[in-house]
Design a binder for this molecule. Structure first.
Ligand code: ADP
Ligand code: MG
Length: 395
């Protein structure tokens, strides 16, 4: 596989698939984290004499152009970051747009309008991909967030361009979510939480095989607690997954994996009150109570193991962290991770909500790696081959 550093740009037009799928508010970019994350690859190409054509999707326009989902405001934010003006085309595959790309001078940047204004993008349409490929002479994919889908801009285009490489962001995600997990420095611990138990189960099944410790907190824990025979009151759980939860716990017993559920829970009778009413042992939750966070005894147990680990993967908050009274578990886990990283351990964080929790706690720079991709990071962590990475020869 070629790397971005090894590409020798000689009058080349670097066609870069970036992930500019940013949150928007009133026609402006509300959070430019993803734009900033793409800058190293873009600047590398500019600094090494290439011109750059950027393509991305924004939202789900479903193949129909819509003003609300235009990438124009993203272009404005990008100009500020690059401290230069850029060219913008209103249709990513029009003759005019391709002409603009062909006339670019070294160092110039051309941003294409939302790829998903055409149905050909998500269908990985051959002709659409061939039109996109005409923008560049080489292809760089830095949009990790869409890697688990085979689309025209991340898989189709690679049929038409000879030099295809991952960008820096993509390589970084691969290094931590794939390579680091194959030969982890032990003890190796995974902490799972949040609510999306259905999508996270493949992770649990993989990690009870690979990890030394698996901790389940957050909303996910209640399906396991109910399966274990506890009353969980009105806490969130998934009835359809009780059997799977049972199999997981049984499987973990036959493997060398310590599988931990919370031993105590912060509960409330009314989430909207923003108040907690008690800390309960998991065997003592009342019928009208809702579990909203892990309790202090569980925090101690989780954090002690995190502190004694050398690799920790964390995905999903330990409670309804958006409410201050229910954020103690998430805060404690994030702080333990930061400490562990500080003494040389590896901390890898996936999941949009876990990432925002880390950011709110001002612990972002204390972690080894925080993934930018939701579904893609879960699938990579679960050991799947992602189509866009395959198309680049990374797997
Ligand atoms: P991530 O985005 O990090 O992968 P998820 O999307 O799976 O995480 O879950 C995040 C959500 O889970 C948060 O909005 C949080 O409020 C919620 N959550 C965590 N614990 C609980 C709980 N005990 N009950 C209900 N929701 C919870
Ligand atoms: Mg989420």
């Amino acid at each position: 596989m070629k790397s971005l550093e090894s590409l020798d740009f000689d009058n080349d037009r670097a066609l870069i698939r970036v992930d500019f799928n940013v949150p928007m508010s009133e026609g402006k970019v509300a959070d430019d984290f993803r734009i900033q994350a793409a800058l190293p690859s873009i600047k590398h190409c500019i600094d090494h004499g290439a011109s750059v054509v950027l393509m991305s999707h924004l939202g789900r326009p479903g193949g129909v152009p819509s003003e609300d989902l235009s990438l124009m405001p993203v272009g404005e934010t990008l100009c500020d970051h690059l401290e230069m003006s850029i060219k913008f085309s209103h249709d990513c595959v029009s003759d005019d747009a391709i002409d603009v790309s062909h006339e670019l001078q070294a160092g110039e940047v051309h941003l294409l309008e939302n790829l998903r204004f055409h149905t050909g993008e998500t269908k990985n349409d051959h002709d659409f991909a061939s039109r996109l490929a005409q923008h560049g002479t080489c292809f760089i994919n830095d949009a990790f967030g869409t890697s688990h889908r085979a689309h025209a801009s991340n898989v189709g285009v690679t049929d038409f361009l000879k030099n295809c490489t991952p960008g820096f962001l993509m390589s970084e995600e691969f290094k931590f979510l794939h390579s680091a997990v194959i030969r982890p420095k032990r003890p190796f611990t995974i902490v799972l939480g949040g609510t999306k138990i259905g999508t996270k189960l493949p992770l649990v099944t993989r990690f009870i095989r690979e990890a030394d410790n698996v901790f389940i907190g957050g909303g996910m824990a209640f399906t396991f607690l109910k399966m274990a025979g506890h009353k969980i009151g009105k806490s969130i759980y998934d009835d359809s997954l009780l059997q799977t939860a049972k199999q997981i716990v049984e499987m973990s017993k036959s493997l060398n994996c310590e599988f931990h559920l919370p031993s105590d829970i912060v509960v409330t009778e009314d989430i909207s009150s923003g108040q907690d009413s008690a800390v309960r042992k998991v065997s003592e939750i009342d019928n009208n109570e809702i579990g909203v966070d892990i309790g202090p005894e569980t925090i101690d147990q989780f954090c002690e193991t995190i502190n004694g680990s050398n690799t920790v993967i964390w995905n999903g908050p330990m409670g309804i962290f958006e409410t201050k009274a229910y954020s103690g578990g998430t805060k404690a886990v994030a702080e333990a991770l930061a400490q562990m990283t500080g003494r040389g351990g590896l901390s890898i964080i996936g999941g949009g909500d876990s990432a925002s929790a880390v950011r709110e706690l001002n612990l972002w720079s204390e972690m080894t790696h925080i993934s930018t991709g939701g579904g893609a990071s879960l699938e990579l962590l679960a050991g799947r081959e992602l189509p866009a990475m395959k198309a680049l020869g990374m797997v």
